[in-house]
Ligand binder design. Structure first.
Ligand SMILES: C[S@@+](CC[C@H](N)C(=O)[O-])C[C@H]1O[C@@H](n2cnc3c(N)ncnc32)[C@H](O)[C@@H]1O
Length: 383
């Protein structure tokens, strides 16, 4: 880098660190017009009464200020059990695995959300590496701003060590470019990557996404994965998983907020429907759809003024989520080319919650599966 370029970067870093104003320097990885075109095309799907045509895929559900605010409200709703318990129990679960993360790690967080968990991770890593780089990655620039502030304010992390990246991490080309960027910036120093809050479960091709994300890791890196889990799989439990989501009014507002902000539909919260099923031997699956129950055919206007027919009983899939069978996670992790370093589990301690539902936090490393007995936490996981 030429001296003048280095000076510019130095000056910018000093200006950000020294200002009494909350600057954030965001790297935008994609043209947002392309994202809008992709959303429009997903909403042009064929009619389906079961959420298999039109859809809002993960990322778009959180895209923009309306969905970001709605997500923050949903996370604070005690009836939205998965996130509430995930946030409440994260401190304990993180404390149980964090000692396996050595000194000198940078942190890359895929899907920052409200930033509460990243804050805990960062405060631990910062103790061991005060000059670490924090790279939250999110499709929503508004979520990045909200989450990054929550994650970093008052931690003593200097502004120029925070590099939010607005990017859709479900696209392979994006990940390849992102990997080059991260490796260039950190050199050989280790990175702790994270995908928390059951985000993995929101993707149709979840196993492939995990493999793509973890393929970025080098031998010195670690990957922190948090997923919702179930002890057993049955249609009855799928029904109980549905009930868990159905209960929260704030969650219904969140799942419909992308529709509200990207179409001219008049949203009725009682038109949100939940379908539970068993996905092979690996997960309970919950599809959340918006169904036209107005008694007539509608035409929906999209942000680019395209008009899409929305016939009676047709649906738009708003959200996809899962609870993974704990017995299947080993396979998912191995297929992603990773092995467990440590794992913790937390059961949902709520009267109406099905027995065996919980959250698991896995610390993963690239490479093969260690032998049984290598890791005491492995035996806890398997019993
Ligand atoms: C379920 S929230 C989890 C938030 C946080 N990690 C937690 O555990 O509370 C998912 C987060 O990932 C982001 N996200 C979802 N799909 C994405 C995608 N394809 N690319 C980038 N960000 C995405 C959302 O904007 C949101 O911030």
């Amino acid at each position: 880098m030429a001296a003048s370029e280095r000076r510019l970067v130095d000056d910018l870093a000093k200006a950000i660190d020294g200002a009494d104003f909350a600057w954030s320097l965001v790297l935008v990885g994609e043209d947002q017009r392309d994202k809008l075109a992709a959303l429009t095309s997903d909403l042009l799907g064929k009619p389906s009464a079961t959420g298999d045509g039109k859809q809002i895929t993960s990322g778009y559900a959180y895209w923009g200020i309306g969905p970001t605010i709605a997500w923050a409200h949903a996370c604070a709703d005690p009836f939205y059990l998965v996130m509430k318990q995930s946030l409440d129990s994260f401190t304990r679960r993180w404390n149980e695995v964090r000692d396996h993360v050595g000194a000198g790690f940078h942190h890359v967080s895929f899907g920052v959300g409200t930033g509460h968990k990243d804050r805990l991770v960062l405060s631990h890593l910062l103790d061991r590496h005060p000059d670490l780089l924090y790279v939250p990655v999110d499709m929503s620039s508004e979520m990045l701003r909200l989450g990054t502030q929550q994650a970093t304010t008052g931690l003593g992390l200097r502004g120029h060590r925070v590099a939010p990246v607005q990017l859709d991490f479900s696209l392979r080309d994006n990940l390849a470019a992102f990997r080059d960027l991260v490796h260039r910036v950190v050199g050989d120093e280790p990175v702790l990557y994270s995908l928390l809050g059951n985000t993995l479960a929101n993707f149709d091709r979840d196993a492939e996404l995990l493999a793509d994300l973890t393929s970025i890791t080098r031998p010195q890196d670690l990957f922190l994965l948090e997923v919702a889990t179930t002890e057993a799989l049955s249609e009855e439990l799928a029904g109980e998983a549905v009930e868990e989501y159905e209960r929260s009014h704030a969650y219904r507002k969140f799942v419909t907020s992308a529709l509200m902000h990207n179409t001219d539909l008049t949203i009725r919260l009682d038109s949100v429907r939940f379908h539970g099923s068993v996905e092979g031997d690996r997960a309970l699956k919950v599809k959340v759809v918006y169904q036209n129950q107005t008694g007539g055919d509608l035409v929906v206007m999209l942000p680019d003024r395209n008009r899409v027919p929305f016939p009676e009983h047709d649906t738009i899939r708003l959200y996809l989520t899962r609870k993974y069978a704990r017995s299947a996670l080993d396979r998912v992790v191995a297929e992603a080319g990773m092995r467990r370093v440590a794992v913790t589990h937390s059961d949902f301690q709520v009267a109406r919650s099905a027995h065996g539902f919980g959250m698991d936090l896995l610390l993963l490393a690239p490479g093969g599966v260690p032998r049984r007995g290598d890791d005491p936490a492995r035996d806890i996981w398997e019993n």
